[in-house]
Design a protein around this ligand. Structure first.
Ligand SMILES: Nc1ncnc2c1ncn2[C@@H]1O[C@H](COP(=O)(O)OP(=O)(O)OP(=O)(O)O)[C@@H](O)[C@H]1O
Length: 271
């Protein structure tokens, strides 16, 4: 199959075993199969500590699988590539750089001439609603504004794949809903494939084409749900649709069981 027609991401029987400080092996991800199509928005939910972030690090190339294969655009992941953008819970801005300089950093790093990088950066700053804030430093912005800078700094690199690890979880509820809407708008214009890890089942349904439920650790795919809600979506209104509530119930029946298993293990550990 040519690289052009292959899925954006494929994990085939991927496992990851870490060595803990005591020297004992710890399997975070086991025999995980997952395919993400081009332009698809996939959300990953699962109980705390099950291995969601580890799955993202395998796709990013930051970690290698102990077993199995991880392919991006049909080719095995070999280190961190330029096709992949990340947005994490923590702000990934450089505190000593202005907004403009933060957003220009990626293109400059890739060798884009200064004037062109500046133009692209200004365009993305405007698209995330921060025109006029170019000369501010991150500490002079709100949490939501800093997150917008992080989004602009990611999208400016035209990523084919966007890996997002609880990107909005540190924000207040209203800002979070706004950012979700903005993310959908930005994403719909790019055709990027997204893997979005979250603890928030509502958020996952509102955003995604498919929601992947992970098992209690070690993570493997328990069930995948197609989200047949119409697009374009606004998260606050989509949540009120009867179909949304129906999907929520179905997924919670699957996820809730894994959360319970994780809790019981925790209780046994404490006892
Ligand atoms: N570098 C590492 N060395 C050893 N163990 C690790 C390492 N990274 C993660 N783990 C362990 O692997 C398991 C999965 O961690 P991971 O961060 O992937 O879970 P998660 O599902 O993203 O958690 P959360 O929902 O709480 O963010 C955890 O038990 C964690 O302690």
């Amino acid at each position: 199959m040519s690289a052009d027609t292959s899925p954006a991401i494929e994990l085939r029987g991927a496992s990851k075993t870490f060595r803990t400080p005591s020297g004992a092996p710890h399997t975070a991800v086991r025999d995980l199969d997952l395919t993400v199509g081009r332009g698809e928005f996939v959300a990953v939910v699962g109980p705390t500590g099950c291995g969601k972030s580890t799955t993202l690090t395998l796709v990013s190339g930051l970690e290698e699988p102990s077993d199995g294969e991880v392919l991006v655009a049909g080719a095995p992941v070999g280190g961190v590539g330029g096709k992949v953008g990340f947005v994490f819970q923590q702000d990934a801005t450089f505190p000593w750089r202005t907004v403009l300089s933060n957003v220009m950093a990626g293109p400059r790093f890739r060798g884009v001439p200064k004037a062109e990088a500046k133009e692209k950066a200004r365009d993305w700053i405007a698209r995330v609603g921060l025109a006029g804030f170019e000369d501010r430093y991150p500490h002079q912005l709100s949490g939501g504004q800093r997150k917008r800078v992080a989004l602009a700094a990611t999208f400016v690199n035209d990523p084919e794949i966007l890996l997002m690890d609880e990107p909005f979880s540190a924000l207040d509820v209203q800002t979070r809903a706004l950012m979700s809407d903005e993310l959908l708008e930005l994403w719909e214009g790019t055709g990027a494939s997204v893997v979005f890890v979250t603890h928030d089942l509502e958020e996952s349904i509102a955003l995604a084409d498919r929601v992947v439920v992970m098992t209690a650790g070690p993570a493997t795919v328990k069930q995948v749900f197609d989200i047949d809600l119409p697009r374009p979506r606004k998260v606050e209104s989509v949540r009120l649709l009867p179909r949304f509530i129906e999907i929520y119930r179905e997924i919670w029946a699957s996820l809730g069981e894994e959360v319970r298993i994780t809790r019981e293990r925790g209780a046994a550990h404490v006892a």
